[in-house]
Ligand binder design. Structure first.
Ligand SMILES: CC(C)(COP(=O)(O)OP(=O)(O)OC[C@H]1O[C@@H](n2cnc3c(N)ncnc32)[C@H](O)[C@@H]1OP(=O)(O)O)[C@@H](O)C(=O)NCCC(=O)NCCS
Length: 219
């Protein structure tokens, strides 16, 4: 059974799994412009913290955790055991994989893809309308890539598997797999080494996905 705090509200045909916790002042299944009334699905053991607003037609897997004051717009899909920190906005139709860690104050633009094991530092913005002319192009961040805090990723950019973006970078071009890129605009500074990957694997990914094998296949 789910635990829903007295001040929280669950709309539509929302489906809450076993052990789901909906904390104070949170709205689940918020009406979108389409008003589908479909509600939202949240998998077993997930915790949605205070003052979140999760729109209708969202699918969230098991063991998800959000920080307070986060918004997740309609059509978003999130896999298992992912985290979205405090004060984030996940725009409509974004696809977030398993074991993804999005730190606080991020804006993940419409249709962005964050594959399994991606780490997104605090205050990262993933833009979709680069020319501000109404043409939306979403970013794709491949498995196990890491994005340093306060970076901006311009619309349509693809960040390769296991790549690292330095803090405060502006990424205007694709970043190849297992490459460290930094600056404004971001330029490759070196290759990610096997020991970098092993450290990330040991401390953060643990046994959740095998980035070391993906790294070796790219050699
Ligand atoms: C990108 C990063 C991982 C590189 O670390 P590193 O491998 O130890 O690299 P180095 O410090 O040896 O730097 C390599 C070069 O890139 C430059 N560089 C490193 N980070 C940079 C950044 N964020 N912006 C611009 N240049 C950067 C260094 O000045 C150095 O240039 P040089 O060779 O001309 O001296 C690290 O600098 C970084 O930005 N980490 C992000 C941390 C973060 O945001 N964490 C979020 C969760 S807390």
């Amino acid at each position: 059974m789910a635990e829903i705090k007295e001040t929280a509200k669950v709309y539509g045909n929302s489906r809450l799994g076993e052990g789901v916790r909906i904390m104070d002042y949170t709205i689940i299944g918020m009406e979108s412009r389409k008003r589908t009334g479909n509600g939202t699905a949240i998998g077993n053991g997930s915790t949605i913290r205070n003052h979140n607003c999760i729109y209708e037609d969202v699918e969230i897997g098991e063991g998800f955790q959000s920080g307070g004051l986060t918004q997740i717009r309609e059509g978003v899909k999130i896999g298992d055991f992912s985290k979205v920190g405090t004060l984030c906005v996940i725009e409509s139709n974004a696809m977030i994989g398993n074991h993804v860690n999005v730190q606080g104050h991020c804006n993940i633009g419409e249709g962005t893809v964050l594959e399994d094991g991606v780490f997104v530092g605090a205050m990262v913005t993933m833009v979709t309308d680069s020319k501000m002319d109404g043409n939306v192009k979403s970013c794709v961040v491949k498995a196990g890539a890491r994005i340093g805090s306060n970076s901006t990723i311009v619309g349509g950019v693809r960040i390769g598997e296991g790549a690292i973006v330095g803090a405060n970078s502006v990424v205007t071009n694709d970043i190849p797999a297992f490459t460290v890129a930094c600056g404004m605009p971001a330029r490759p500074v070196r290759k990610v080494t096997e020991s970098d990957v092993r450290e990330f694997q040991k401390n953060m990914l643990k046994d959740r996905m095998d980035l070391v094998s993906i790294f070796r296949k790219t050699r």
